[in-house]
Design a protein around this ligand. Structure first.
Ligand code: TYD
Length: 200
């Protein structure tokens, strides 16, 4: 079982990742949680570069290749082996983040980013992606004093939100739309309700 969570910065994804992991463990699954970018030593190093305000204004094509390099390493070193050993993998962000941030908002194009993604992941995709949808005005993070990504402001976050919603509409089979404005417990319940029924 491989699922991912997506959404604007501060939508509460990380909390939901943790809650789902705890739920699965209570039901006897071994769970591996990862976050993007990161999860491997190379990935964490790339994360530092990508989120460091000192990296300045990286072009979307530079960003996408760095995110994809981190993703390729994560797929090869962690996700694929852990899935093969029977564990459930939950990822805080995955390929759809690149599609939205670099492809839609950054202007590289959806198909272009998906095609780089096919190389990076060798076709490994989550069975389900939970899109935790939230109005950026209600987001839980202070967007003004964040990292290089978060400091892009609320208008940027609105474009990200719209991008995710448009993708969820276009790729209906890949996404479960979750109302991130509900309470933490209600959001968690929406996630559980959408889990494939053969899963605990
Ligand atoms: P992070 O601090 O993990 O944000 P969050 O807690 O909101 O997930 O920072 C990741 C940032 O990188 C976030 O702003 C989204 C962005 N990002 C991309 O632009 N492209 C990508 O492929 C990924 C994985 C993340």
């Amino acid at each position: 079982m491989f699922v991912a969570f997506e959404g604007v910065d501060g939508a509460g994804k990380s909390t939901q990742v943790r809650l789902l992991g705890e739920h699965l463990e209570r039901n006897g699954r071994e769970v591996v949680i990862c976050r993007e970018p990161g999860g491997t030593s190379l990935g964490e190093e790339l994360r530092r570069i990508l989120l460091d305000p000192g990296s300045g204004d990286l072009q979307p094509e530079v960003e996408v290749l760095l995110f994809m390099a981190a993703r390729a390493q994560l797929c090869n070193k962690i996700i694929r082996p852990e899935l093969q050993s029977g564990k459930a993998v939950i990822s805080d962000r995955f390929l759809w983040s690149s599609v939205v941030y670099q492809g839609v908002v950054g202007g590289l194009g959806v198909e272009e980013v998906l095609s780089i993604g096919r190389v990076a992941t060798r076709g490994l995709l989550p069975e389900l992606t939970f899109l935790v949808d939230l109005d950026p005005a209600a987001s839980h993070s202070g967007l003004d004093d964040g990292d290089r990504m978060e400091s892009r402001g609320i208008e940027f976050q609105r474009r990200v939100r719209d991008g995710f919603l448009a993708l969820a509409e276009e790729f209906k089979d890949s996404f479960i739309l979750i109302d991130g404005g509900a309470s933490i417990e209600q959001v968690h319940q929406q996630v559980l309700d959408a889990l494939p029924k053969e899963q605990p």
